[in-house]
Design a protein around this ligand. Structure first.
Ligand code: FEO
Length: 389
């Protein structure tokens, strides 16, 4: 794929459309790209390798772009396997190469690969630079955006930010569409969502730079309207809702609880709510539900009591929310149980363990199927959660 950055800076990454689950957990029907970049100056620098699964094809791309030149530096932005999977091969192919990373990079590197002690290493510190000729790389540490050793690199001549996992998204470049935010949001909240404060820290650092292009490790190269992407990252990493809307999340065995969810959805639309989404936990992709839980300001959970606990799906969802630091939202609880309802109490315990969650009271209990008396209680609850017109 011919992706143009500039005369001296080349895209040498690779699409993976064979993958079904990224990190063996997130469905990626449109695949994913492992981005990698080459700076051809007096010295040649490679910014990151790719997943080992795509090694053969990637090395072929790389050698074609090098056109007989060697590589002087390999910048290691991040050691996760989707980017560092071919370091060993690069070191064997280019014997004189220098690996560039920070102290944490080189502490963690031996956990993943064994390389000869003779391989040259350049340990950089915050804000240090590396001159390649006309181009100069400035390194900014970005710990916990997504792992401890992550760093981003700013190229001063062409004003390019190589942003590691930040500003990345799901989808192979060949399948890229115009809606960047949809898959970038799902990627952000599921992969980097827990690390809002570290993301805020790197946003503060890069706000001091004049950036013309952002080159992430996944997804498209961002060349225009950069304030749009930066402002979304600011919203997401601040845990502020992006939109006003209500997410209805249902666990259901035989469909009775789903019917309650459908009733609620209709009533909310009648009340003029513009964004109402309903998910059945048994069928929806949990990473989509997590994405929307963070996107919107309010959520209604419909849990089913099952064997004295929560019916599967809801428990998993709440564990995901806790893991990703869900906070600053309003939540209403409805339980369904036929003889000993306990779901509200269990869902409440999870939510009270999260930061700044407003629980709408009273919680509602429904016995098996929705009845007219339940509708009255639900209508009262919806008055408390719907946007006042
Ligand atoms: Fe794309 Fe954290 O690896």
């Amino acid at each position: 794929m011919d992706i143009k950055i500039s005369d001296k800076i080349k895209y040498v990454g690779i699409d993976d459309i064979d993958i079904d689950l990224f990190e063996n957990q997130y469905p990626v029907k449109q695949g994913i790209s492992y981005n990698s970049y080459l700076i051809l100056d007096h010295k040649v620098a490679l910014l990151d390798t790719v997943d080992q699964k795509k090694e053969k094809e990637w090395i072929n791309n790389l050698l074609n772009t090098l056109n007989g030149r060697s590589i002087d530096y390999l910048i290691i932005s991040h050691l996760e396997a989707d980017h560092a999977g071919c370091i060993k091969s690069i070191v064997s192919l280019f014997k004189d190469i220098t690996l560039v990373g920070n102290i944490k990079t080189f502490t963690m590197l031996p956990q993943f690969i064994t390389i000869n002690e003779d391989v040259k290493k350049l340990v950089i510190k915050e804000n240090e630079t590396l001159n390649l000729g006309e181009h100069t790389l400035r390194f900014l540490l970005a710990p916990m955006v997504h792992w401890p050793e992550v760093m981003v690199t700013y190229e001063e001549k062409e004003k390019i930010l190589f942003s590691a996992d930040a500003f990345g998204k799901f989808s192979a470049l060949i399948n890229e569409d115009d809606d960047w935010a949809c898959e970038a949001r799902r990627y952000y909240f599921n992969i980097v969502g827990k690390y809002g404060i570290p993301v805020q820290n790197i946003l503060k650092k890069v706000s001091l730079l004049d950036i013309k292009i952002i080159c992430p490790l996944h997804g498209p190269i961002l060349k225009e309207n950069l304030s749009y992407y930066l402002s979304l990252y600011n919203i997401w990493s601040s845990y502020i809702p992006e939109d006003k809307g209500i997410l209805i999340v249902v666990s259901t065995l035989h469909g009775n609880t789903l019917k309650i969810g459908e009733y609620i959805k209709e009533e909310l639309i009648k009340k003029g709510e513009e964004h109402v989404k309903l998910y059945d936990l048994s069928h929806a992709d949990i990473s989509e539900i997590v994405e929307d839980a963070f996107r919107y300001d309010r959520m209604i959970l419909l849990g089913v009591s099952y064997d004295g606990g929560l019916f599967i799906g809801m428990e998993d969802f709440l564990i995901h929310l806790k893991m990703k630091a869900y906070q600053n939202r309003t939540v209403a609880l409805i339980e369904n149980g036929s003889w000993a309802p306990c779901a509200n109490k269990l869902m409440q315990a999870y939510l009270e363990n999260m930061k700044n969650i407003t629980l709408i009271k009273p919680f509602i209990t429904i016995k098996s199927t929705i009845k007219e008396s339940d509708k009255i209680a639900i209508d009262h609850l919806l008055e408390g959660i719907a946007v006042k017109k």
